[in-house]
Design a protein around this ligand. Structure first.
Ligand code: AMP
Length: 210
């Protein structure tokens, strides 16, 4: 938990672009243009409320360990951490997409033991193990669609929005693993000790979502 005020960890990139207008609607405005600055931490128009811009996968870590009071991150990243070390009180319903398995269109038969490439290795592991299917998981960090084309994997677990990226690479979505959207997470100690301040912020955000 940050010592004073509220420190909010934001996810940079696509989520930030969608979240900043929502924060503004909720009455929270960065003191300077985040997109034009190389700084990583910003004051806001509200006394004591600061914003920090991080890689999505680092947001849950900062919140769980209490370096940030509040985090805004994709459900995919939150699921991948597998942590219950924070609360997840609000769905901002932004940057919505689906986490799916996908495979080559022409592939008609699965091998006995599939090789699955993904950035989300924990989610993939949990998903196939729940189905009782033994698979080998291969961790990749990007351009997942290449893995089946190059024979590195039989299928992938990836984010699908319009499905155009899959289609352009000869893949098709198969099974839905989870509906994804941007969530607010809150450090557990901060929720107790800064209750009024955090509830006020959550209410403003909830109103802005509605
Ligand atoms: P699409 O071609 O519209 O299905 O977009 C798929 C690609 O865009 C994925 O491989 C992701 O890298 C990225 N993408 C789309 N939506 C999101 C999102 N909400 N969060 C993170 N990445 C996304």
């Amino acid at each position: 938990m940050s010592a004073q005020g509220l420190l909010i960890a934001l996810t940079k990139g696509r989520i930030l672009e969608e979240v900043l207008p929502l924060l503004e609607k909720a009455g929270i405005i960065p003191a300077e243009d985040i997109s034009k600055s190389r700084k990583l931490i910003f004051d806001s128009n509200i006394e004591g409320v600061r914003l920090m811009v991080l890689r999505g996968s680092d947001v849950p870590t900062y919140v769980e360990l209490g370096c940030a009071d509040i985090g805004i991150a994709g459900k995919d990243v939150i699921m991948e951490t597998g942590s219950s070390g924070f609360y997840e009180p609000l769905d901002l319903k932004l940057a919505t997409c689906r986490l799916m398995t996908a495979r080559p269109v022409a592939q008609n038969k699965s091998p006995k033991r599939m090789r699955v490439a993904s950035k989300f290795v924990n989610i993939a592991k949990a998903y196939f193990s729940e189905k009782g299917q033994q698979v080998d998981i291969i961790k990749l960090n990007g351009a997942l669609e290449l893995a089946p084309i190059m024979g590195l994997a039989d299928c992938i677990v990836d984010i699908v929005d319009t499905g155009k990226t899959l289609k352009a690479n000869g893949l098709e979505p198969e099974e839905l693993i989870a509906e994804i959207s941007t969530r607010v997470i809150v450090n557990k100690a901060a929720m107790k000790l800064k209750h009024a301040q955090i509830q006020d912020l959550l209410m403003r955000l909830q109103k802005a979502v509605n």
